[in-house]
Every structure is written in C-alpha cells, then in structure tokens.
Design a protein. Structure first.
Length: 499
C-alpha cells in the first residue's frame, strides 16, 4: 500500500521560519547565519459569492436573518439560522435547512412549531430567547447528547437572592415601580440585579432539543450580546467557549474551558485590540473555526470601527487556542461588492470545503453599525454570501521583490515536496534542501543533489506542485533525516509546503 502524502504545513505566522543567529569569529569578523529578508506575512482577501439563501417562506419575511451554525456532515451542509421579527420585537424563530451545493436549500417540514395554524414548516423553536444561538457536535458524548447548544440568559437577584420566577418583563415593571418610589440607582441595584449566564441544551440529532436545568457558566455583569460560541477541541479533550467581553468599555473576546460541558471555568480575555490597532477599534463576534485537517485554530472576528461606524472581518490565528495573533491588521473580508460598499459584515462558523476551496458564510448589510432605525417595521436589507478562498490560502509568505528564508528542520517523509504558491508573470521560486541550521552558527549547506544549481524554477499558480531537482522529485534518500528548506523567491507568494 502506498504511503499517504504528508499533510501541508500552512504559513499562518512567523513560527517555522529560521530567524537567524549572529556570530563573532576569533578574528573579529561578525556575520549572520542565513537571515530572512524581503518577505512578509500577507493575508488573502476573500472572493465573495452571490447571495446563497434568500427569504422564501412567509415566516422569513419582515425578519432579520442570522446564522446560528453551519456544519458539513455526511456530504451535505446543515444550516441552523435565527429569524428576528421587526414588526413584533422579542419574537422570532430558529429554523433549519439543508443543501448539497451551498446554493440550493431544502427546508424540511419538521412538524415542531405552529405557524398560523400549521406545523408544516422548518421552524425548530419559537421566541428569540430559544436555546439555539450556537451549536456544535460533541464526538465523545453519548448519542442522546451528540449535539450541544449554548445561549445567553439573565439570572435575576432580589436582595442578593436568586429569583427563578423573575423575567425581563417583570424586572422592567419592578424597576419602574422603584423609580416611582424614589429609590436611588444604588438602592435599585441592591434590590434588583442581573447576572449574565451561558445556558445550554442537548440533542441527539440537532432537531429535538432539551434545555439543561442549570447554566454552564456565570459571567457576571458582562453582557453576552453577540454570537457566543462553544466547541469541543479533540486535541485537548476540552470544551471551549468564546464569548463577548469588555475592558474599560472596549469589546473583546474571552475564552472559557472545562473538561465537563456542564461546568466551564472562569473566562479570560484571549483576543483584544492592542496599541497596533486604530484607537477606535473594537472586536465583535469571534467566529471561531478549527483549521481544516490541522491542529491549528482560526477566528474571523468582526472589527467595529467606531468613528466610521463600519464593521469588517479580519483573521486571527492560534496554535494552542489560548494565544491569538493577527497576521495583518486589515480585512480578510472587506466591505466592497459589485453594487458599492457594505456598512457591516459578520462571519459565522464554519469553514466548509468544496473542490479545493474553503467557504465561510457571512452576513452583509449596507447599513452601518450605528445607523439603526429603532422604529423600523421592515427588515434590514441583509444578505448571506460565501467568503471563498482556495485551499490553505488564508495567509502566505510574500516577496514583493527578492525574498529569502530558511524553514526550521523537520523529519523528511522521503516522498515528494509539494508547494502551494503563486507568482507574478515575471516572478519565480527556487528551493534547496539543506542541513538544519546549527547553534552556534555555521554555514548552512545543501544536501548533495538538492542545491540551488539543480533546482527547477517554479512560476505560475499551483495548489500542490511537485518540486524537482535535476528532473527528479524522489526524496527517498532523505527519509527520516532532519531537513530544512532554503527558499529563494521573486515577486511570489507561498502558502503551504509538504515534504
């Protein structure tokens, strides 16, 4: 049986690139060991598709549509989405649809919720406070809890004691009564306070849901008014939630984890604006997605630019899901489209794969974030579209002119070296296989037969090009050895490598 090809390693950050050493020789000469030059991390802006899910059914009219979750299972796409009515504030539905191609959607008759005298519809639950705000598949759960969902909910306290019968309507009436009674703001807070919580539900199939009795996380006074997410990380065996957070009135993303889904630990900030960002930027929904087929982690956070009142989508990456960084501080899904420019765009999980492309759903509207007509009775003109990238092409190492770098060593699989790259018309790439860089520094030598003089010159646009030296791609003589790659490039961008 033939050995499987090594999995490509994508270039999403600086790690894996040899940063060089500096050395002073006995004769006083100072030199640096193969320093990288002329390269930068560069994101790939997404291509935007046509609209993929139009409002067709009566219950979808006069409502804002937001994605709950998209899953790719058994050759089909499964979409859960919320509808928030604007002609009846506080009302809405959670719905379900399926597709084989991402554009033609079937809305199955679920028989669960009455709409105007009939249950012949795809509505899963009624009310905007239903349990479906985000969901995921738990591969280690018993069958009856294979699907799990999370949603925000307030817990009301009267005189410091939890009042399970209190709801938003009763709380508003009580606040009005206390205001009429002349109580001070501090006295009102002592009489009635609310703590935000992450609540949960379980399901055997993603259709029939059962609420859990107790919240899985108390987050205190911080509102959860965004697309809060939870997932199971198969690499760590933990449940991880990504939630709205604040520091000094600035929005950010918090992370909570636990080995027990029913009891997550205290959340901590993991992605937040920093001094390299414009002073008016905040982070909205996290849009966490696992990197397809790798132990890597992605976020597509919507970035709120307060002064312009626009919201676009950037990219954040992580190797451990605790520490996050952004390869560039510019949109990976921008506001431009054929008709002009959107005001706000919001991505939703997950990345799905089609014919060596990656698709991510996002919601877009021409309305800017702060320009909401609170009295409107018509839906905002939002659309659902796909953000599309070619496989492994979220980020790359780019040389606008001449570039050079060495990859740190890895054990060669002894098969072929494959490269995902693109060059300008007059651009090129040449690769050498070399010994690993040493400490203390010494010249990095190429393996015999795999040096620059025997390397082919690559150009064009290839997702998985087999690289040759002297016309041969056979690496069997290097199998099991620690090998580094020295890359020379001109007007080119490299996205991933496998060898």
């Amino acid at each position: 049986m033939a050995e499987s090809q090594p999995v490509p390693t994508p270039f999403i950050d600086w790690y894996g690139i040899w940063p060089s050493h500096r050395k002073e020789e006995p004769d006083g000469r100072i030199w640096s060991q193969a320093p990288p030059r002329g390269i930068k991390l560069s994101i790939e802006q997404a291509r935007k598709s046509d609209q993929f899910l139009a409002k067709e059914r009566p219950w979808e009219q006069k409502a804002n549509l937001r994605i709950i979750m998209l899953l790719q299972e058994e050759g089909r796409l499964r979409l859960w989405y919320n509808l928030h009515r604007l002609d009846a504030i506080g009302e809405g539905w959670a719905c379900y649809a399926e597709s084989e191609d991402g554009y033609n959607w079937k809305r199955p008759d679920l028989g669960l919720v009455d709409y105007e005298g009939s249950t012949k519809n795809n509505i899963l639950a009624a009310g905007t406070s239903n349990c479906l705000h985000s969901l995921f598949v738990d591969p280690v759960a018993p069958p009856e809890e294979r699907y799990k969902a999370v949603y925000p909910g307030g817990q009301y306290y009267r005189d410091g004691v939890l009042d399970p019968d209190m709801d938003r309507k009763k709380a508003k009436e009580l606040l009005i009564a206390m205001d009429v009674g002349g109580l001070s703001p501090e006295e009102r807070r002592q009489k009635l306070s609310v703590r935000q919580a992450l609540k949960a539900a379980v399901s055997p199939d993603g259709i029939q849901w059962t609420d859990l009795d107790e919240p899985i996380l108390d987050v205190g006074q911080t509102n959860l008014d965004t697309h809060n997410l939870c997932t199971y990380d198969p690499y760590t065996g933990k449940y991880v939630a990504y939630l709205r957070g604040h520091i000094e009135r600035r929005r950010l993303v918090r992370r909570a984890e636990g080995t027990d889904f029913r009891q997550l630990q205290e959340p901590h900030a993991c992605l937040l604006p920093d001094p390299q960002d414009p002073i008016d930027d905040d982070f909205y929904n996290p849009c966490y997605c696992p990197y397809p087929g790798r132990q890597l982690y992605l976020m597509f956070p919507s970035v709120y630019h307060r002064i312009e009142s626009t919201v676009d989508i950037q990219l954040a990456v992580s190797r451990d899901s605790y520490n996050w960084q952004r390869p560039e501080r510019r949109p990976i899904v921008d506001l431009a489209y054929a008709g002009g420019e959107y005001g706000s765009v919001y991505a939703s999980p997950n990345l799905v794969t089609f014919d060596r492309e990656w698709w991510l759903p996002f919601n877009c509207t021409t309305r800017r974030h702060d320009f909401l007509d609170r009295g409107a009775t018509k839906p905002e003109q939002g659309e659902l579209r796909w953000a599309i990238w070619q496989e492994d092409r979220l980020v790359g190492l780019e040389a606008e002119e001449d570039g050079f770098f060495i990859l740190v060593q890895r054990q060669c699989a002894g098969q072929q070296l494959r490269l995902n790259y693109r060059t300008a018309a007059d651009g090129w790439i040449k690769l050498e296989l070399v010994e690993q860089p040493h400490t203390p520094p010494q010249p990095v030598e190429s393996y015999e037969g795999f040096g620059l003089e025997t390397a082919e010159t690559l150009s064009g646009d290839e997702l998985s090009r087999v690289v040759c030296w002297n016309g041969s791609s056979d690496l069997s003589e290097l199998k099991g050895k620690d090998v580094s790659v020295r890359i020379h490039m001109h007007k080119a961008k490299i996205f991933s490598i496998a060898f």
